[in-house]
Design a protein around this ligand. Structure first.
Ligand SMILES: [Fe+2]
Length: 368
């Protein structure tokens, strides 16, 4: 295992973003200070050429599909006690990171859309992407971003020890079943410790992504700065993707409603990490349903890089007449645009379905 000496990365008090920055100038020995070599070199940081949301959605779909296959295979190996092939998944993390560099919202928006059947696998892919985007927002180095991405991909690997009938149970878990599910961080730690060349940060995230800053999490009831920065990042990314995804026992929440709700959960998340997360996905993430001052309802199709409150919206519904209208794109960042967002709208309120069709490329399937 690659040992890391800076697991408890703490924010200098009073400092705004970035509140922690890796001092390692480039890839080499483990950037967290252990002196060991990582399993494969990170790619040279070549500035990505930005692409449009629609172009990147097509590229992201292909990467998403490969990532899902790789995670299914990796989890299968873990279930059978076989060695994890880290080089393969390292390359995958690099591909996801490149997609996010070309467009910050495309891959993340796509990875949120998952079917109930592939939730466990696609959740790992989505958390990987969210961790990379959050790492970018926090100003982490390329080397560290690669590791937090890997940690996201592997954070729930311990779930492979939980019977599928419990993981995919459509109803509420019994007390015994819930206790079994809560063993997955410890089981994951065992799996990762058995792999050679595993970065200590990845193991730490796997073990502690369900800890809460008020000490009420599990498995060790760590509090505040006892929880590493990487695990605090994973806590936010894990919950956001879980509650915005359709799961066997729950329909996913609207992304903007999820962000608003998470902001009220005192004691759950690290405040500074959560603020950085807001900046990375937006107050109204892509796919959120919102009502405008004019009365129209639309779906957020793209973030504005400099303003979280003025995304691009595709208007499609007029609630006052209860009718769908021909979709029309409005850029709220346009100074000539008088409209603004006045409310989040849970899709269930009007029975909206498949609203992702409004922001996905028309050639893409509704759900993977
Ligand atoms: Fe988990």
């Amino acid at each position: 295992m690659l040992k890391c000496n800076e697991l408890n990365l703490q924010a200098p008090h009073g400092e705004a973003k970035p509140f922690w920055r890796d001092s390692a100038p480039s890839e080499g020995p483990c950037a967290l200070g252990c002196g060991a070599q990582p399993p494969a070199p990170a790619p040279t940081a070549v500035p990505a050429i930005p692409t449009s949301m629609q172009d990147e959605l097509l590229a992201a779909q292909e990467i998403c599909s490969r990532a899902k296959t790789a995670v299914i295979e990796m989890f299968g190996h873990a279930r059978m006690g076989r060695a994890l092939e880290l080089e393969h998944i390292s390359a995958l993390v690099d591909d996801i990171s490149s997609s996010i560099a070309r467009h910050p919202n495309a891959f993340i928006s796509l990875a949120r859309l998952k079917s109930v059947d592939d939730y466990t696998y696609m959740h790992s892919v989505a958390v990987c992407a969210l961790m990379i985007a959050l790492g970018n927002q926090l100003g982490l180095s390329t080397a560290l971003i690669r590791r937090v991405g890997m940690a996201g991909l592997l954070h729930d690997i311990g779930k492979m020890t939980i019977p599928g009938a419990i993981l995919n149970k459509p109803g509420r878990l019994s007390s015994d079943e819930w206790q079994l599910v809560r063993t997955h961080p410890l089981e994951g730690e065992k799996t990762l410790l058995a792999a050679s060349q595993m970065c200590e940060m990845v193991v730490d995230v796997c073990l502690h992504h369900h800890e809460k800053v008020d000490g009420s999490g599990y498995p060790h009831q760590l509090a505040g700065d006892q929880i590493s920065l990487a695990a605090r990042m994973a806590a936010v990314c894990d919950v956001y993707d879980a509650i915005t995804s359709d799961r066997p026992y729950n329909q996913g929440w609207d992304p903007a409603v999820a962000i608003q709700q998470m902001s009220t959960w005192a004691g759950h998340f690290d405040d500074e990490v959560f603020r950085a997360f807001l900046k990375s996905v937006g107050i109204y993430p892509v796919g959120s349903i919102v009502q405008l001052k004019s009365g129209s309802i639309g779906v957020v199709i793209e973030q504005h890089p400099d303003s979280l409150l003025t995304p691009k919206i595709k208007v499609f519904f007029l609630p006052v007449l209860n009718i769908y209208v021909t979709p029309k794109t409005i850029d709220l960042s346009d100074p000539a645009q008088p409209d603004r967002i006045v409310a989040r709208v849970p899709p269930q309120r009007y029975g909206f379905k498949n609203t992702e069709r409004l922001w996905l490329d028309e050639d893409m399937p509704e759900k993977r």
